[in-house]
Ligand binder design. Structure first.
Ligand code: MG
Length: 338
């Protein structure tokens, strides 16, 4: 099979700020595999936080293109197992290849990915819509712009976290989730969880930095709200250590290396009694449609990437006020539109 890559510059509708930084543009790498006249497409939205950039993804994929040229895409499990060994820590690159190979196979078989996996497309949980950190009036404005979205994820980790949630609560009866992106201490999390529970917040995502995992046992015990791991839940190997420290994990395809590792994370989490959320980075409809195809395996979805960008080059999943409709086309079901 042939493997090619190209870069897409996704422009954010609003500057997107979280506890550790802000961005106006997200550069992603689109990978395409071709064999026997069939093409499959995948995406990586690499994160410097995890040590990856568009350049590193292109370099990693370029480095395995020759090796891939005589591999059979129909044997995608073997190809991806071997690719994982070769790519090492380049998991965003692995994700782009994993998505492209599964898309290729779905197109070859003429079936959408959820059909191949035996999943009911009617069972994708509603997705949240994310409000990034800003001044309180601007956050209120962004909430109004979102319309009557049923689940709102609020980025926190600021000196005025509770004021933000109180102000947003005046505007809507939606379910809130909050994501501190490692911005809190254990004591702060426990303390804030009490008022947040009264403000209709459903869960807290990654309150502490990942290296404070030891403190999470107490947080999990004393928090008034369930706590979900994101920065602590990168790859399948991370999951066993999170039992007893979190109530659930946020799985992202680009963190773990694509659809196959994500399914492995779901199985490990379920075995340990952890709940499952699928999340995303700032990414196009390729990455979020791939995550949506796995949606029936999850308790919670947070796949609003395409809603946050102004120039999505692909179309796939559709949103109806939080409800996620999977496309009916084969593979991931995405098509290029620009
Ligand atoms: Mg998060």
């Amino acid at each position: 099979m042939k493997l090619g890559t190209r870069r897409e510059r996704l422009r954010l509708r609003h500057t997107f700020r979280i506890a550790r930084g802000a961005e106006d543009v997200s550069e992603v790498v689109v990978a395409e595999v071709e064999s026997g006249g069939i093409r499959g497409v995948g995406e990586a939205s690499p994160s410097e936080y995890y040590g990856e950039t568009p350049e590193s993804v292109e370099e990693a994929l370029g480095g395995i293109a020759d090796w891939l040229s005589d591999r059979n895409p129909e044997h995608f499990r073997h190809v991806l197992d071997d690719a994982r060994e070769r790519l090492g820590k380049a998991r965003a690159a692995l994700c782009a290849l994993d998505l492209a190979l599964l898309d290729w196979n779905g197109r070859k078989l003429g079936l959408p990915l959820h059909r191949i996996l035996g999943l009911d497309p009617g069972r994708v949980p509603k997705t949240s819509f994310t409000i990034g950190i800003d001044s309180i009036p601007r956050m209120v404005e962004k909430l109004r712009e979102a319309g009557d979205w049923p689940i709102i994820k609020v980025k926190l980790g600021t000196p005025e976290d509770l004021e933000i949630v109180r102000a947003l609560r005046k505007e809507t009866a939606a379910i809130f989730r909050v994501d501190a992106n490692c911005g809190w201490t254990a004591a702060e999390t426990i303390e804030k969880s009490r008022e947040l529970a009264g403000l209709g917040v459903e869960l807290i995502e990654q309150p502490l930095p990942p290296e404070r995992l030891g403190d999470m046992e107490r947080v999990r015990r004393e928090s008034a709200l369930p706590v979900f791991a994101d920065e602590n839940a990168v790859v399948p190997e991370d999951v066993p250590a999170l039992a007893g420290k979190f109530h659930g994990i946020n799985i992202k395809l680009v963190k773990c290396g694509g659809i196959l590792p994500a399914i492995r994370m779901v199985h490990i989490a379920r075995t340990l009694g952890l709940r499952v959320m699928f999340g995303c980075m700032i990414e196009s409809s390729i990455g979020c449609t791939a995550a949506a195809q796995l949606g029936p395996l999850a308790d919670h979805m947070d796949i609003d990437g395409p809603l946050l960008i102004a120039n999505d080059p692909y179309q796939g999943l559709e949103y109806l006020k939080g409800e996620v409709r999977l496309p009916s086309g084969p593979g991931l079901g995405v098509e290029r539109v620009s």
